[in-house]
Design a protein around this ligand. Structure first.
Ligand code: PEP
Ligand code: MG
Length: 761
């Protein structure tokens, strides 16, 4: 671009943007305003035609205003998404600049508009947050190629129009029965991370800054603001990078390094400056550059590039917040009572900043079952879905939304019938919940008087209120590693002790079984390097193996547990035991800690019981020895089944392939229960199997009288067991397990048994 043409182009949009600002401020009817806007654009750009097409919810682009085309065709001329030049621009989110439009293969002739006399054509998408809302076009009779600056100018104007569309003003021009695309219902399908259904309103975790001040008065002053903000942004990233907790290698650092690279990216800076020179405020410039980029990247499938785009998005949002001086707090005051938080990803601690009573669900664009935020969301019992690609950019704060955590589906701006169906589901659940609440203080006793211990699994302080709410008789599994997983660095001894004290206080006289840290495998600590990547982490350096190799870690935990349990019984359990010698080694370390503490006259537990988890098949051939070596055992059926059936527990493809409610696996579980009975060693089970009524029924039949599950499962399991005869169940399950395994569809047989005996599943 020569300096001379550059100068001319800079004048153009500035004058036009000023005129647009005046038009926006005037009290005009929406159609009037639009008509005058397109007239101004046409005049300013020396074009004979300027038209605005708006995208409707039915994927049709409707002509909303025109200068130059037949006025009678307004609201009549239509093109489908992808059809004609206008449809192509909308579908690709890219500008088209043609000197001879009619010769373009996509050209579609709309006779009602009278556009056949115009040759040159420039169309740009009307974008907001990467979404196409419409198309803005200028046309001329002569065959001419529009200049780069003209494209830039029209894109800037399109952004102003996007704000107008988003403001809702245009919906008044929409014919009855039709809707704009902006308010279109959208369904996302991804992964189900936590059960439950939530109806509510969108809360964007990083609220998109709504840019209201679009035009600058003084470009030079505005450029200075932009430079200042960019400077602060760069500083804040450097600052984050130098902080101690991320002074390691790893993902966190990589992301920040990428941020730093982008924040110093020349191209980005240049585009921002150009937009400011064209008359936008710094924040409007950020929004524009980001929107263009996002729309272009939307069609990319390369996961690396998409990821980088998300980084850019985050960065742009940070920059916007710096420019408008909006901090992350103050959110709670404006939070709706039924908030469904929508985020790309999020830290666990950030979720805890939201008041629990207002949260109805969490929708993540990323996330995995083992992400920390997902673990915490499960602990506080809200529905969670993940891998909801596009959810953030399609949502606006306050949009109605339904999250279905059972199916991994999200309905944004749902149709009334979808909403009604879900409202019915929620009511049904609430009625069942009411029923379970009534059962809370009733004994977990079968019709023939056998009492079962229903305990709950926990791992964080947020779990503790559930102890009273669920009616659990104790905590059968406290996963101590969760504290480590949600922290940014290794929790110090004091922090560990504090949590354990809290747990014990909440439990009162109910027993708690603390499991020593079970990290490794799928439970990764970002700040702990370990041995580096493993080929088979599930079979790798994890749990008790790791803890015995890092005795300082285990001893610190033992000490914290011993101190927190002063004056009461402490139950300790070791995860992933493979050999009995591991139990003796751990016991030695434990005894050393007891001796150490007693030397300082610490308040010690009245008794320490040491148990082992049965998760590794190797223990199955030394059950008698195992039962003698410990005070109790608990079956970790999640891992045990994973190893027995050679089936990765996190692999969704295999999730339903092999059924643990099958003769071989149940025979094995029965064998463990029998070995415990014979040795007088208590046996419990604390994997997911305990939490579903049908599998719990199978476990009772196999001899289990104590099981531990997520708190939400206690109601349904209790409702089931209060309707059965223990004697009948053990007899029936015994028959089935003693028959030929290949002749028995155990699950189906048990379902039939339950139906015949009116046992609610
Ligand atoms: C199990 O493996 O069944 C278990 C309870 O432990 P976790 O799910 O924490 O691995
Ligand atoms: Mg396990």
């Amino acid at each position: 671009m020569s300096p001379a043409t550059g100068k001319a182009a800079i004048q153009g949009p500035r004058v036009l943007l000023k005129r647009l600002r005046e038009l926006m401020a005037e009290a005009l009817e929406p159609q009037d305003r639009l008509d005058r806007i397109v007239r101004e654009i046409a005049q300013n750009m020396v074009a004979e035609v300027c038209s605005l097409y708006v995208l409707r919810a039915d994927s049709v682009l409707e002509l909303y205003a025109t200068e130059g085309l037949n006025p009678g065709s307004v609201h009549l001329a239509q093109l489908r998404l992808g059809e004609g030049l206008v449809g192509t621009i909308a579908a690709s989110a890219r500008a088209l600049n043609l000197s001879d439009a009619q010769n373009h293969p996509a050209f579609a002739y709309l006779p009602e508009t009278g556009e056949e006399i115009y040759h040159s054509f420039l169309g740009v998408p009307v974008l907001r947050a990467g979404r196409t809302l419409g198309v803005l076009v200028v046309q001329n009779r002569t065959m001419r190629q529009y200049r780069e600056e003209e494209i830039e100018a029209l894109e800037t104007i399109a952004m102003v129009i996007a704000e107008m569309v988003a403001s809702g003003e245009l919906s008044r021009l929409t014919r009855p029965g039709l809707e704009l695309d902006l308010s279109r219902p959208v369904t996302f399908e991804g992964m189900a991370f936590n059960d439950g259904i939530g109806l509510g309103h969108v809360v964007l975790h990083e609220p998109r800054v709504v840019v209201t001040n679009l035009f600058n008065e003084d470009s030079d002053a505005e450029l200075e603001r932009l430079e200042d903000a960019l400077g602060s942004l760069r500083l804040s990233i450097d600052d984050m990078l130098s902080r101690r907790e991320i002074a390691f290698d790893g993902e966190h650092r990589e992301v920040l390094e990428a941020y730093r690279m982008f924040a110093n990216d020349r191209g980005w800076g240049r585009r921002l400056e150009e937009a400011v020179r064209n008359g936008l405020t710094a924040e409007a410039a950020v929004e524009k550059v980001q929107s263009d980029m996002r729309a272009r990247m939307l069609h990319m499938t390369d996961p690396y590039l998409r990821e980088r785009m998300s980084d850019f998005d985050d960065l742009a949002n940070r920059l916007l917040r710096l420019l408008v001086g909006q901090g992350p707090d103050g959110l709670a005051d404006t939070l709706p009572r039924d908030a469904v938080v929508v985020a790309r990803s999020m830290g666990a601690a950030e979720l805890l900043d939201y008041p629990r009573e207002r949260l109805r669900g969490l929708v993540l664009e990323e996330g995995a079952l083992t992400s920390h935020v997902v673990i915490v969301a499960r602990a506080i019992g809200i529905p969670v879905t993940g891998q909801m690609i596009g959810a953030v950019s399609m949502s606006e704060n306050g949009d109605p939304i339904i999250i279905d955590g059972d199916e991994g589906v999200v309905h944004l701006r749902p149709q009334p019938d979808v909403e009604a169906a879900y409202a019915e589901k929620v009511k049904f659940r609430a009625r069942r919940q009411e029923l379970y609440r009534e059962l809370r203080d009733k004994p977990a006793e079968t019709l023939d008087g056998v009492t079962i211990d229903l305990m709950m699994n926990a791992g964080l302080a947020v779990d503790l209120p559930q102890l009273d709410e669920s009616g659990a008789v104790g905590i059968g599994l406290f996963r101590t590693e969760l504290q480590f997983m949600v922290a940014a660095t290794f929790p110090r001894a004091e922090a560990q002790e504090k949590l354990y004290r809290e747990v014990i206080r909440a439990a009162g006289d109910r027993p708690v079984t603390f499991r020593t840290i079970d990290i490794g495998g799928d439970k990764v600590l970002p700040y702990f390097k370990g041995t580096g990547p493993e080929e088979n982490p599930a079979l790798g350096w994890r749990a008790i193996r790791l803890a015995l190799d890092r005795p300082a870690l285990l001893r610190t935990q033992f000490r914290a547990l011993l101190k927190a349990s002063g004056g009461r019984e402490l139950k300790l359990m070791l995860p992933m035991v493979t050999e009995i010698s591991e139990i003796s080694e751990a016991r030695d370390l434990l005894e050393r800690e007891v001796r150490h503490l007693s030397r300082f006259a610490a308040h010690l537990p009245t008794r320490v019981k040491l148990g082992a988890m049965i998760e590794v098949p190797n223990l199955l051939w030394q059950l008698d020895e195992l039962m003698e070596a410990v005070d109790f055992v608990s079956v970790g059926s999640n891992d045990l089944f994973q190893f027995v059936a050679a089936t990765d527990r996190g692999n969704t493809r295999l999730a339903d392939r092999f059924d643990p409610i099958s003769v071989p696996f149940m025979r094995l579980l029965r064998q463990i229960a029998r070995a415990g009975d014979a040795a007088g060693t208590p046996v419990t089970l604390c994997g997911e199997l305990a939490g579903r009524p049908l599998s719990a029924l199978a476990l009772f039949g196999a001899g289990y009288r104590a099981i531990s599950m997520s708190p939400a499962s206690i109601g349904p399991v209790k409702a089931m067991l209060r309707e059965l005869h223990w004697g009948q169940v053990t007899e029936r399950v015994g028959q089935l397990l003693d028959g030929r395994a290949t002749d028995c569809e155990l699950r189906a047989e048990l379902q039939k048994f339950a139906a015949d005996n009116q046992i609610p599943l």
